[in-house]
Design a protein around this ligand. Structure first.
Ligand SMILES: [Zn+2]
Length: 247
């Protein structure tokens, strides 16, 4: 057992030892720095990716977590102060170079975990592009609607209305942050946003056109307990997907 599973917190001799001890899988969360309503920090998607990666690594065993890559592709959030955007080409170049480094060190499985909607398409493209060039198996947890669906399912089981989990700064993301970094959640400032069927209008018109508060869904019914449950459910789904892919 390593002292920490966070790659960036280890020393090089400890990484060398971990790999000799069988730590051959590494998870790479791909997050964002973008507005998440009045109550969640800009780093929400990055923290969410880190929370999921840590729990998933625990469940998988002998697995390390690489630094969360950020910022992500957030052009549709630029109308809100503080949001940072990188182009898909920049994000893909970063992912590619990190994967080549991990491959160089001899990791056998590299698993990309996009935790922000705008990153899913570039992650899918770069995965297809570089997988054949790596010795390692490269896979991506690339099902955005599956992720939101799992959050909704878990929310409903915990008594939160499905429509509160709209996919952005909603009762899903807020509950997970309440479970992982409650110190960064300003619940008294939480405001509802767009509530209705999932729409991709924000991709064409910008997020503010869909939701002036920057929220899709309603964060107000969020709870820490629901967040812990969501982390369990989502990581179980990922674990099953990874086992299928690597079988
Ligand atoms: Zn988010």
């Amino acid at each position: 057992m390593t002292s920490t599973i966070m790659l960036e917190e280890l020393t090089w001799p400890l990484v060398e030892k971990a790999m000799k001890d069988g730590y051959k899988t590494v998870l790479v969360p791909v997050g964002s720095i973008e507005q998440h309503g009045h109550h969640l920090p800009l780093a929400t998607d990055s923290l969410l990716g880190e929370a999921l990666a840590k729990k998933l690594a625990e469940k998988m065993g002998k697995t390390l977590v690489a630094p969360v890559l950020r910022p992500g592709c957030s052009v549709h959030h630029l109308a809100f102060p503080g949001s940072l955007d990188v182009s898909p080409a920049t994000l893909m170049a970063m992912i590619r170079d990190v994967c080549f480094s991990l491959d160089h060190h001899g990791f056998e499985n590299i698993i990309l975990l996009p935790s922000h909607g705008g990153n899913f398409a570039p992650v899918a493209t770069v995965t297809q592009d570089i997988a054949p060039k790596l010795k390692a198996n490269l896979i991506a947890m690339g099902d955005l609607m599956g992720l939101i669906g799992k959050m909704q399912e878990a929310a409903v089981e915990k008594g939160i209305p499905r429509e509160a989990v709209g996919g952005h700064a909603c009762a899903g993301e807020t509950s997970i942050l309440l479970a992982y970094r409650p110190d960064l959640v300003r619940m008294k400032d939480a405001k509802p946003g767009y509530i209705g069927p999932f729409t991709t209008k924000y991709q064409r018109k910008g997020f503010k056109a869909v939701s002036p508060t920057g929220v899709m869904g309603d964060p107000r019914p969020s709870t820490k307990e629901a967040g812990e449950f969501m982390i369990e459910k989502i990581t179980d789904m990922y674990l099953a997907a990874i086992r299928r892919e690597l079988a």
